[in-house]
Design a protein around this ligand. Sequence first.
Ligand SMILES: C[S@@+](CC[C@H](N)C(=O)[O-])C[C@H]1O[C@@H](n2cnc3c(N)ncnc32)[C@H](O)[C@@H]1O
Length: 269
Amino acid sequence: VSTAEVIAGTKRWHIEQGESLAWLLTLPSNSADAVICDPPYSSGGQYRGDRSSKTGNKYTLSGTEVVRPDFAGDNRDQRAFAHWCNLWLSEALRVAKSGAPIVQFSDWRQLPTTTDALQAGGWVWRGVVVWDKTGGSRPAMGRFTAQCEYALWGSKGAMPDRLEIGCLPGVFRQAVKQDDKYHQTGKPTNLMKFLAGICDPGGLILDPFCGSGSTGAGALLAGRRFLGCEVEPEYVALARERLAAEEAGMVLGAKAAEAGQLALPGETS
Ligand SMILES: C[S@@+](CC[C@H](N)C(=O)[O-])C[C@H]1O[C@@H](n2cnc3c(N)ncnc32)[C@H](O)[C@@H]1O
């Protein structure tokens, strides 16, 4: 399956192994219907020493039994993070169609920097969707629990009203389940399916930092197409395996809605 086939709509998905900015530069202008991405937040430490340590030390709670591979690009300070985001956000803007939505994850520490970067990249910032991981996550005595992550969203210029999308809620509540977590910072599949709903039905979703493929899995389940890029070979292999399994279990056409999935336009059987 090639990138061109996914863009043309004859195939559902493709994942490239490589560096995301170089990958974005190869994609045609005005070809993606949405960008949904989860770049490394570079947030897992307050100090220089924490930033440069392995991601497993930053994002894996002590006592966790499942060992997941480390990942790239999580060592920038805030200014460098903002500069770097500008580079790929500008290129993603070129690849997106006019009016296309963008959704970008952030935690509370990087929220101000990320909203600046999104707008510096040329996107119109439109709001913040809250992912409430529920009360069990990282409780701290005498403090408010940091139980949410945030999905900033916006668009490439003006956004048309799209009746077929309907009104989407601004909060998604779901605890992390270990058997649905494939990456140190893996996002729940259902969360990604929910967010894929912002893309036009059957449309193409881009994720330049696709990790274990959660955005892709959500996109397929929501009847959208998917193009992803990831630099770490272990995660590329995992993401490809996951999407192949997802696709093999997919039902087409009329039966898709019954199974909680949406069909691609033109699917009849
Ligand atoms: C926060 S994780 C994404 C996790 C993903 N949402 C999931 O659920 O599995 C960010 C990913 O971006 C990858 N990455 C970092 N810098 C990159 C770059 N310059 N090009 C491509 N991938 C990169 C990392 O290796 C990591 O897997």
